[in-house]
Every structure is written in C-alpha cells, then in structure tokens.
Design a protein around this ligand. Structure first.
Ligand SMILES: Cc1ncc(COP(=O)(O)O)c(C=O)c1O
Length: 450
C-alpha cells in the first residue's frame, strides 16, 4: 500500500480525533438500537439500554485500539507488537526464521538462557514441581523462596525482603495496601504505571513533581506535608522510558527533612548501575536504610518473573501477613525463584558482565549522539531512547530497522507524550561494538528518509 504523509499532530488534536471517531461510532450504534424502538423504550416499557453498555466490542478502550490500528494500516505501517521469538531473546534473536540484532528485551546481563541458571530452574522443578499450588502464608513455602529473599535483602543492606509473583502487582498491592485516603503520595512525572495503579488503589491524594526535580518536590512538601498523615515519595532507580536517574542523596535529604517514606523502584537499575551492579544504592554509596522501600523486579537482570520489596523487618513482615497480592495469591513457582537466585549469584560472581554492559551503553550513547540522534536525557545505562518526534515516525522507523535485521520496539503515545514517541533500545552486555555501530548507522540513515 502506498504510504501517505501526515503532518505532525499534537496529542490534544489526536485525543480529539479519536474521541470524535468514537462518538461517531456510538451515535451510529445508539441510532440502530433506538430505531428498533421509536419511543426509546423496550416493548415491555423499560428504557432501552444503549448497546455500548453491554457490548465489549464497543468499549471505549477497544474502540481506541481499533481506530489507531485502522489508521496505522491505512498509512501502511505494520503491527510492531506481539512478535514471536523462536529462541532465547538476548543480544540477538530469531523471529520468523530470521536473525535480528535485538534491543527489545530486558535481558541486560544475558542471564536468561545462561546454562547454570537454566539448570537451577530445572533442578527446582525436579525437586518441588512447577507450582507451589497455594499462597505461601497458608500453605507453606519452599526453602528457595527464603534464600532468594535473604539474598535480595543483603543486596540492599536491609533486614529482609518479600517476593511477589509479578513486578507490576508488587507495586499495586504494596502501595495500595500500605497507604490510604489520609495520606499523600508524590511521584516523579515519568513514574511507571504500576506505581500509579497502586496509588489509585490506595485512595491517597496523588501529586506529580517534574522529572528528577528534587527542589520542586521540596517546595511542594513545604506547602503540603502538614495536611496529611503519612507521605510517600516514589522514584525509579533508572527511568524505564528515558534511561536517566535521580540524584538520590538529594531525595534522601528531603525524606529526613519532611519525615516521609521514600520508595525506589529499582527495576531497571539492579544489575545495571553501581560498580558491581548492585543498583542505584551502590552508585551513590548509600546505606540501605536511607530508603524505606526498595522495590525491584526479577524480570530484568534476574532472568525470572516477579517483584520484591526489601526493607526493615516491620515492613516486610507486615506485607507478608496482610498485602492482598501476597496473602491471596500463589507463591512464586520454584523454577522462577531458583532462576533468579542463581542469576543473583552469577551477577555477584561475575561483575565483569556489569562492566561490559556499562561500556556498551556508553558506546551506544556516544555513537548515537555523534550521529545526531536525539537520545533525550539518557545516561547510557541499559536504556537508551531515540526520540522520533511522533508516533507515526517512531512506528515507521521501527519497521524500517526491522527490515534491516534490527529489532527495536517503538514506544508510542499514550505510553509517552505525543511530542516524544521513540524507539527504546535495551542494551545487553552481549551486544558487540559492531552490533551497536551497525544499528546507530541504520537509525541515522532511516531517520533521514522519513
Ligand atoms: C519501573 C518498572 N517497574 C515495574 C515494572 C513491572 O515489572 P514486571 O514487568 O516484572 O511485572 C516495570 C516493567 O517493565 C518497570 O519498568
């Protein structure tokens, strides 16, 4: 299909167009349902229920997906989602029988697919089975759960840790449970969706502060702190869309000044930041107790699936007994706990993986900047965006690179503001400098063609 050119449109106009298209479809459907009953009442005299109140096909979210997908198809842009990897997705991957340089996986240290970690998972299956088949609190746990949690607590230099079966659910259930309507939660404007969902569930008042702006946060707290009981500030160790990080010691000062809880989502920082990969805490040389809630995921460098909270005993014990996402949910499957425990051991035994990852990230960032690619505020630590300017440009750039054997995901509006859709490159310690040089050259060439 011939590609049509669309001028860049703002997110407000885009929202309005989508809303108008949606309203048009609803009017058509409503007209159809009332046409069957001229009085607007059913034959039994009850008011007619509009079809979009009982039909998933007409759900606003689904209609929005349809409108966007139809628009993309009309512009000749293929669907960049749900690609099927035929083997281990590391620095390279196989999709539809073809090899790609891969930047779409969080396998930063190449530990998913590592022989020792795979063997640990298989051994755990042989010993404990594939599921623990119930909640740990009521039906008991396996030694491997506690070994993993204690190893994570040591990483952060804190009393203990608790693991949950999903990273996203870890944030939702922990924040949702610990805070309530009399509390205030302030978060960086670029915070992950799981934190936002947790805040909504908690019922706490939510305020956003500008990205990494500790001074603005301080001013907000001067005005607001005394109006609330408990106050939580949430940051990320490395921001998942932008690849930069906060000046954590400044936020720690603010925590002490305003007597609040500080939470770090370290999902993209563990195994990536710090001399030996122990995350943002190691990077800044902070004692573990300077942050009240260390959160992280097992799905990035730890080659598993799930999330954790590490901190003082009172926090961890409390969550273990009462956080609904732990209490009323099954324990982590043994092979996953075993894989992440083994991954943590390899990470600590082979810090050279972290050094190479940091070198490759720096190399990518330098090369990209030299080629005139807009990498935003990325620090060159595992997450590097190439800002494309609009969702259409990002989707087209991703498709053009795919044709050249490079797999990188476009991040489109509304996941990021409409002025900053991007390609997001996840770097692995297994990428070679040759992979990176080829990729940067291809991004620069294809961007020129758009
Ligand atoms: C910052 C951050 N927190 C939490 C999560 C959720 O983790 P998971 O994908 O392991 O559920 C993600 C997911 O990528 C993330 O980027």
């Amino acid at each position: 299909m011939a590609e049509k050119k669309l001028p860049g449109i703002t997110s407000q106009i885009k929202d309005k167009l989508i809303q108008q298209a949606f309203d048009r479809r609803l009017r058509q459907v409503d007209r159809r349902s009332t046409e069957t009953s001229a009085s607007g009442r059913s034959p039994l005299g009850r008011p007619v229920i509009p079809e979009h109140h009982y039909n998933f096909h007409l759900h606003p979210g689904y209609q929005q997906i349809r409108i966007i997908n139809d628009g993309a198809a009309r512009l000749g842009i293929g669907n960049p989602f749900f690609k099927q990897h035929e083997g281990i997705a590391g620095a390279t991957t196989r999709i539809n029988g073809q090899e790609y340089i891969n930047y779409a996986s969080y396998n930063y240290l190449g530990l998913s697919g590592h022989a020792e970690i795979t063997a640990a998972a298989k051994e755990a299956i042989d010993r404990y089975g594939t599921s623990v088949s119930a909640s740990r609190l009521v039906s008991g746990e396996r030694p491997i759960h506690r070994q993993l949690e204690q190893a994570l607590a040591r990483v952060y230099g804190v009393d203990d840790a608790i693991t949950f079966v999903s990273g996203h659910a870890t944030n939702v259930t922990s924040i949702g449970y610990l805070f309530g309507p009399r509390d205030l939660i302030l978060h960086d404007e670029l915070i992950h969706n799981s934190i936002l969902q947790g805040i909504t569930l908690s019922g706490a008042k939510r305020l956003t502060f500008p990205h990494n702006d500790w001074a603005a946060l301080d001013t907000m707290l001067e005005n607001q702190r005394h109006n609330f009981e408990r106050v939580l500030v949430v940051l990320e160790g490395i921001y998942s869309m932008d690849g930069d990080y906060p000046e954590l010691p400044r936020f720690v000062e603010i925590k002490h000044k305003h007597k609040l809880f500080l939470m770090i989502d370290d999902a993209h920082s563990l195994g990536v930041m710090g001399k030996t990969g122990l995350g943002i805490r190691e990077h800044f040389g902070l004692p573990g107790e300077e942050v009240d809630i260390w959160m992280g995921t097992l799905s990035k460098t730890l080659a598993g699936c799930g999330g954790y909270i590490a901190g003082e005993k009172a926090l961890v014990e409390h969550l273990k007994f009462l956080a609904p996402g732990f209490l009323y949910s099954v324990g982590m499957p043994p092979p996953v706990a075993a894989a992440s425990l083994a991954a943590l051991e390899v990470l600590q035994r082979e810090p050279e993986r972290v050094t190479v990852l940091q070198d490759r990230g720096r190399f990518f960032l330098e090369q990209a900047k030299a080629a005139g690619i807009d990498t935003g505020t990325s620090a060159g630590l595992a997450v590097i965006p190439a800002i494309a300017g609009s969702s259409i440009r990002a989707a087209r750039l991703s498709a053009a690179l795919f044709k050249r054997g490079i797999n990188v995901q476009p991040i489109l509006y509304p996941a990021v503001p409409e002025k900053s859709p991007r390609l997001r490159f996840f770097i692995s310690c297994q990428h070679t400098e040759a992979h990176i040089a080829e990729t940067v050259a291809a991004v620069a060439e294809e961007s020129e063609k758009l």
